[in-house]
Write a protein that binds this ligand. Sequence first.
Ligand code: AFP
Length: 335
Amino acid sequence: MAIGETITQFITQEQRRVGGTGEFTAILNDTLTACKQISNAVNKGALIGVLGGAGADNVQGEAQKKLDVISNDMMIQANEWGGHLAAMASEEMEDIYPIPDGYPRGKYLLLFDPLDGSSNIDVNISVGTIFSILRCPDGVTNPTMKDFLQPGTRQVCAGYALYGPSTMLVLTTGQGVNGFTLDRNIGEFVLTHPGMRIPEDTREFSINASNSRFWEAPVRRYIDECLAGKTGARGVDFNMRWVASMVAEVHRILTRGGIFMYPKDTKDPKKEGRLRLMYEANPMSFIVEQAGGVASTGRARILDIAPHDIHQRVPVILGSRNEVERVVAYHREAN
Ligand code: AFP
């Protein structure tokens, strides 16, 4: 693994190292193609008329942006033909998407949030694509929703593309985390951030503070201590960031440390959390753990959750080890 090698070289070498058949490499290549197409559309924005609302709500009841729909179509089209997937699931589709008749079916399942943070699109702030790959259960050729309901520990790969000042692709297959930057001149992602590690300590937190009146006591205690800074129990000043785009927040944490929280709250008692387990929390938790960080609901390790629905929501607290463990300890003490 050398800085400057292309992602194609990188994953092909990985495939040889583990004695893979190339199926998984092919899926990744197709997903990368979709990410490059989405990057291009996001980058052109108003020039090609893709900003603004699509005029419909998604399964979550959230207003879809044009680019949500376009990105979802790009992910489907780039991935449905290859012959290595059995089905896909997306934030933008209520039901799973079995590989249509006419294409061969393979042994993997792909889940994705095609454009995370899409409330940021129209204001030209970073957005991203998150994806997770699972194996289809043995013997299943016609998967249903229940075949997707595997805990995050079963992911064979997770990654995200960040469409920011540069387009980056961050990937784990369970052997650490590597970051690649899109070189638009050659159309390839190039290894620029090998072996990404999250510092264990941080003085930077991210939370949507407008929800503070709905937080539980342990979260309120932690944030109050951060806000009190040098004059409080922690004796140090903290900094705060909130982009409202989880991909951007996680990327910042992978780069310089930090803690990100979208905790359980009482804003809408019907919802277990804000973020989606299968295509947001699980892939990001896999990446964060592989980079030496921790990802928890406050009460349980996210990757251990046994899912009951592909669109299920969970509380998320992730990032630098010592701060996440502190918040988890506050939850334990409160219980
Ligand atoms: P959208 O994709 O609907 O914009 O949601 C983004 C997101 O799932 C996640 O990326 C952010 O961290 C979080 O929601 C932002 O939530 P708030 O709107 O409450 O700040």
